[in-house]
Ligand binder design. Structure first.
Ligand SMILES: Nc1ncnc2c1ncn2[C@@H]1O[C@H](COP(=O)(O)OP(=O)(O)OP(=O)(O)O)[C@@H](O)[C@H]1O
Length: 310
């Protein structure tokens, strides 16, 4: 069963199309990154999953239940860290978590202290949350999301307000939860974090899906996937023609004795190119492989139109 299934999902706010005919499937057990520039439609999509807003067209199924018609059943099985969550200033951290334990009516006993410890705010558990810093509030909301050992975590920019240590801890908690069998769907603008932990990512732009794949797969679908820098003792036109003839070689340029070959995708192609240069009599003195970062790919996919590649 898919953890999340979106079919033709569309949301219009008057003349703004926030989400435009989105088809997307998140499989059970995945850590899935949901990326897009500001205003791309990420929060709107997440708000539909949580039944905070209703779609104009299309359907969203979450853990096997319709997100609108069966939102209560969905709520019982997921943990949520929404965008702009407001904590109650006069309640303590512990009271917030206890409130979720009661409202979720989970069968399993919840060790509230252990949860607060896990997110690093046990020491502040009995202080009113009004005095918490932004990062402490974010940690508290995460503890609330983890109540009841959910099957699916939906996190809207979970690292907002966290210091570098907090962001790393957030990443570790996401990975630990995933190892325990929880599917994680999260939006983020922190590309290193996404690249480090996601099995797959989707990139949306102006409400439309422009790419969905593994990060390696995305590299394979753009001509900026990998760049090979080769220092040679000299290279002739015939050798260059051999390299240009490779399927997947997007560009070849020469600067003196240095060769720069751009490849769409990673994989064995870079080594085949090196072998071909050697075979063409080019003496290779050194080489360097430069893989595009997810940030490069993000910029590539969101600054001009690309077809969806599954
Ligand atoms: N309640 C609303 N009324 C009118 N327009 C809205 C509303 N909510 C969102 N929008 C519009 O829908 C589009 C998508 O917004 P959304 O908040 O989903 O983007 P996002 O990808 O989450 O952006 P960010 O990265 O900045 O959080 C934007 O053009 C936004 O202005």
């Amino acid at each position: 069963m898919a953890a999340i299934e979106l079919t033709g999902l569309t949301k219009r706010f008057d003349d703004v199309v926030a989400v435009d005919d989105l088809d997307l499937t998140i499989e059970d057990g995945e850590i899935f990154g949901f990326l897009g520039p500001n205003g791309a439609g990420k929060s709107t999509t997440i708000d539909i999953l949580l039944d905070f807003i209703r779609p104009t067209e299309g359907t969203a199924t979450v853990v096997g239940h319709d997100a609108q018609a069966e939102s209560l059943a969905v709520r019982q099985r997921i943990g949520v860290l929404p965008d702009a969550y407001h904590t109650y200033d006069r309640l303590t951290g512990r009271q917030h978590v206890e409130f979720v334990v009661e409202s979720k009516a989970t069968e399993a006993e919840t060790d509230v202290d252990a949860l607060l410890e896990r997110v690093g705010i046990l020491e502040a558990a009995d202080r009113k949350s009004g005095g918490y810093s932004k990062g402490m509030r974010q940690r508290l909301v995460l503890a609330m999301a983890l109540v009841g050992d959910p099957d699916l975590l939906i996190l809207d920019e979970p690292s907002t307000g966290l210091d570098p240590n907090g962001a790393r801890e957030m990443r570790e908690i996401i990975q630990q939860e995933n190892e325990r069998g929880t599917t994680v769907f999260f939006s983020s603008h922190i590309m290193e974090q996404v690249e480090a932990i996601c099995d797959r990512v989707a990139i949306i732009n102006r409400g439309r899906l422009v790419a969905v794949d593994t990060v390696d797969g995305l590299r394979g679908s753009t001509e900026i996937g990998t760049t090979l820098h080769v220092s040679t003792a000299g290279v002739d036109e015939a050798a260059l023609e051999t390299v240009r003839g490779f399927d997947g070689v997007a560009g070849v340029s020469v600067d003196g004795e240095r060769l720069r070959v751009t490849l769409s995708g990673g994989g064995p192609l870079k080594f085949e190119v090196l072998k071909a240069l050697d075979g063409a009599g080019v003496s290779i003195e050194d080489f360097e492989i430069e893989e595009s970062s997810l940030e490069d790919l993000f910029v590539r996919y969101t600054t001009d139109e690309q077809e969806v590649r599954a």
